[in-house]
Design a binder for this molecule. Structure first.
Ligand code: DGL
Length: 294
């Protein structure tokens, strides 16, 4: 019987970063199928203006929704920052999960010193969506806690992660120059607020160890977003039947890219951490510019 439950989950990012989230989804929800869209023709989103990113997010979502999906994960902080509200408005009948709220909740609960740092793209940091979300959560959860926030844009981390320059002198110098201002703070929790940054986790951790007098916990969006997705699917009775044997991971994800597929595989395998199916090329839908003012 073909029901809505059996439809795949749609996941999109500007390129490969969302694969760090996709990996976590496949691990937590081994019976689910995924269609992953990498908007590789228009990457990076991180340095673009809010309206442009919102329009790109609407285009990417429309493409996935036309493929037939039961839920949508925006596996990109920049697209979540600029596009989440517009997408929820445009598609009220499909659950849409962004990456900012789940990891913010985790940070609010985890910080002991009441000091959290957020690193992300220029777009994510300038949107101030993390401070707004953390403030909302403090109110919503009725927590008698104040949290000092530090925000740092780290635009060079995206090309370093894509090029595979993850360790050594260059990434260490870049990390030091971005993160050094934190040594004057009591930050004990740092949100990797870009889905590319988990690739640089070791270098970021070593840098923080060398400048901070106490341990700093690094949080990425992958696990918390997958847990939220699992919760939403079960709440809406949209989770697939888990009694049968799950398919191998590689067979559960279909990949779509908006630029030429060649070149995607090597980087994608690194970000995903395992073999993937060959991506299919798709043309992004541009006609919903009418939605650009949402
Ligand atoms: N992975 C995207 C994010 O989480 C950023 C990459 C880009 O600049 O396109 O914000």
């Amino acid at each position: 019987m073909s029901t809505k439950k059996n439809l795949p989950i749609g996941v999109f990012d500007s390129g490969v970063g969302g694969l760090t989230v996709t990996r976590a989804i496949t691990e937590l929800l081994p019976h689910e199928q995924i269609i992953y869209l990498g908007d590789t023709a228009r990457v990076p989103y991180g340095n673009r203006g809010a309206d442009t990113v919102r329009r790109y997010a609407l285009n990417a979502s429309k493409l996935l929704i036309n493929e037939g999906i039961k839920a949508l994960v925006i596996a990109c902080n920049t697209a979540t920052a600029h596009g989440l509200e517009a997408l929820k408005h445009a598609y009220p009948n499909i659950p849409i999960i962004g990456v900012i709220s789940p990891v913010s909740r985790e940070a609010v609960m985890r910080t002991e010193r009441g000091a959290v740092a957020i690193i992300g793209t220029r777009g994510t940091i300038s949107s101030k969506c993390y401070p707004a979300e953390i403030q909302n959560l403090l109110t919503q959860l009725n927590l008698d806690k104040t949290i000092a926030l530090e925000q740092i844009a780290c635009p060079l981390f995206v090309p370093l992660a894509e090029e595979g320059w993850l360790q050594g002198e260059v990434p260490e110098k870049v990390a030091m120059s971005y993160l050094e201002p934190l040594k004057k703070t009591s930050v004990d929790t740092l949100i990797l607020g870009c889905t590319h940054y988990p690739m640089l986790r070791d270098t970021i951790a070593v840098t923080l160890d060398s400048i901070m007098p106490h341990h700093v916990t690094l949080l990425d969006c992958a696990q918390s977003t997958s847990r939220d997705l699992a919760g939403v699917l079960s709440e809406l009775d949209l989770a697939r039947d888990t009694t049968s044997q799950p398919l191998p991971t590689k067979e559960r994800i279909r990949f779509l890219v908006t630029d030429e597929p060649s070149g995607f595989m090597t980087t994608a395998i690194r970000f995903f951490g395992g073999p993937i199916q060959r991506p299919e090329h798709v043309n992004i839908i541009m006609e919903d510019d009418t939605n650009a003012d949402l």
